[in-house]
Write a new protein. Structure first.
Length: 262
């Protein structure tokens, strides 16, 4: 039986396809578990040097599977804090902290936590027909999975507040124009472009990417001096890497570098 996440390693890229298309790839416990295992593999295996996340069918991900949350008269309310603590928070933390680039190809609607998981990735491409919707307030919730942290930082407070309170769909072109994502591409070219981009990153200096991700994440809370200190420490480490040596040698020899991620 096909899993809820399809996993394929190609050209150093671990391609992860959310695979519950009949539910627009909404998250259930099984999909969380399979995605977690795949991301752990991405972190562990040296042959994996980038990750590509996408969705099967016409949607990217519709957030939490609401079928698991329907309550009858007299049912006790679910502990959503527990669901965030066990499932969503570790997921977005894992994506942000993964020491390898994570590319997201948003192939269709990205709603609720599905939108915020996409936005947690390093480089987000979206099909022109894709949409993003902070659907949470439609069902009486607030954005989670890092949405309230990430949105104002990406698009500014005014747009973040409107996105959250109005819970309206934003199309991919607008998302790109606002800086919510990297770019919108023609539907038929999305996967091809995302794969080429991820494969290029997989051939790149993996340790430099990891350090850059770490520094960019720290920049959100560090002051200028702390950030300069962090850059100094990380650059010191990178200066001892094989990839740096190769990069400089290739530059001097006027050829393309061959980075091994070491
Ligand atoms: O609970 C916790 O653990 C706390 C954490 C919460 C995190 C969250 O993500 S909360 C937010 C949950 N998500 C939503 O509220 C989004 C719900 N879905 C929608 O608003 C719409 O489906 C979309 C805007 C995403 C897409 O609209 P549209 O018109 O393109 O498609 P549709 O017809 O509404 O959906 C197609 C099918 O997918 C449909 O099934 P059916 O009728 O054909 O059998 C629909 O029920 C199903 N579907 C869509 N979203 C979900 C879903 N099934 C389960 N859960 C979903 N989230």
């Amino acid at each position: 039986m096909a899993g809820t996440v399809l996993v394929e390693l190609r050209e150093g890229v671990l391609e992860l396809t959310l695979n519950r298309p009949e539910k627009l790839n909404a998250f259930n416990e099984a999909m969380h578990a399979e995605l977690r295992a795949a991301l752990e593999r991405a972190e562990r295996e040296e042959t994996v040097r980038a990750v590509l996340l996408t969705g099967a069918g016409r949607g990217f991900c519709a957030g939490q599977d609401l079928g698991e949350r329907v309550m009858g008269e007299g049912d006790t309310s679910p502990d959503l804090g527990d669901a965030l603590e066990r499932l969503y928070n570790p997921l977005v933390r894992r994506i942000r902290a993964l020491p390898k680039p994570v590319v997201c190809a948003v192939n269709g609607v990205a709603a609720g936590a599905g939108a915020n998981v996409a936005l947690a990735c390093d480089i987000v491409l979206a099909a022109r027909s894709a949409t993003f919707v902070q659907a949470f307030t439609r069902i009486g919730l607030l954005p989670d999975s890092g949405g309230t942290w990430l949105l104002p930082r990406l698009v500014g407070d005014a747009r973040a507040r409107a996105l959250v309170l109005l819970a309206e769909k934003v199309d991919a072109e607008t998302a790109a124009a606002w800086g919510l994502i990297w770019k919108a591409v023609d539907d038929g070219r999305l996967l091809e472009e995302a794969r080429a981009l991820a494969a290029g990153l997989a051939r790149g200096p993996t340790r430099a990417y990891a350090a850059a991700k770490r520094a960019l994440q720290a920049a959100w809370h560090n002051g200028f001096d702390a950030q300069l200190d962090l850059e100094r420490d990380l650059q010191r480490e990178l200066g001892r890497s094989e990839d740096y040596r190769e990069g400089v040698r290739a530059f001097a020899e006027k050829r393309a570098p061959v980075f091994r991620g070491r």
